[in-house]
Design a protein around this ligand. Sequence first.
Ligand code: SF4
Ligand SMILES: [Zn+2]
Length: 371
Amino acid sequence: MSNLAQSLDQLTVEGELYEPISDNAVSCTACGHRCLIREGRRGICQVRFNRNGKLQVPWGYVGALQIDPIEKKPFFHVLPGEDALTFGMLGCDFHCSYCQNWISSQTLRDPDSAVSVNHIQRVSPEQIVSYALRSGARVVASSYNEPLITSEWAVSIFSLAQQEGLKCVYVSNGNATPEVLRYLQPYLVGYKIDLKTMQDRHYRKLGGVLNNVLDTIHLAKELGLFVEVVTLIVPGFNDSTEELLDTGHFIASVSRDIPWHVTAFHPDYKMTEPPPTSITTLIRAAEIGQEAGLNYVYAGNIPGRTKEYEHTLCPNCGTHLIERHSYVIQSYNLTEKGTCPKCGIEIPGIWTDKPENVRTGGSGMPRSVTW
Ligand code: SF4
Ligand SMILES: [Zn+2]
């Protein structure tokens, strides 16, 4: 067993998201793979494993911890201008060839990511929450690697954070199960889901299943979480007009009020062939989202060059409600009730009741954590 596996295996506790089955095997319900894991074996994510008929799950460390503008998650309709103390662990249930966080996500799956052992920082849920409070963050987010596979750890942090009045969000690939969503629901207010493609055969290449993600979008919404959907537009992979229209129609069929972020691809990890997404393609994707009936479509990763698609406009009267440049709020014009100041319609989201306090013109940059 590698040093990294040994280190990570020590940082585990017995999980809650699993069922024992016969012969000391277990069935994990933390993600859509629903691995059946025999004694001594690991799940597809490699970081959950069966020890003596019990499922051991990651606990007690972070692989990354940073204060990010919440717009970076991206959440555009959850407390704009606030900071989100964001933690991640190591490992993933997917293996996307264009992953930007692959050193953290492909731990134990790709030997080249073994350097992630240096990212391990032991920490307690109490330390994370107390840091969030000291730093002034109003949101705590689980992100960077796939949070579903470490949901027990997230809940141990979120339950404390919630008691302190902080809001908690997930930034996830959406390969969930009803069990994990119901487990998380009492603690979460927002759930960002990647909808990477509408073609199941493409999802399989990334290690996922299209229907699991579509079901997660439906159920997260039904459970009352504020859902925002992100599609990274990869040239030649998911940027045909037909596929983008399919994506937009699907999201609109769940709710026209779900914000859809189309973001620009930059070559990374093993996907170095396609060129970066052009501004024209990104704007075309955003226009297709509007054509599909979505009320809030955003174009990301090319700040200042995507027309109005960085801003939130009232879908009824066109008033500029929130103006942004990259992760910076330039102006905030919603009322304290979260309505349009001109026509009065309610704008879906989680808004402050003190609009005068929304931070405008911030740095828009992540801040590292100094204990
Ligand atoms: S989290 Fe997903 S990939 Fe990991 S063991 Fe559980 S079902 Fe398998
Ligand atoms: Zn209006």
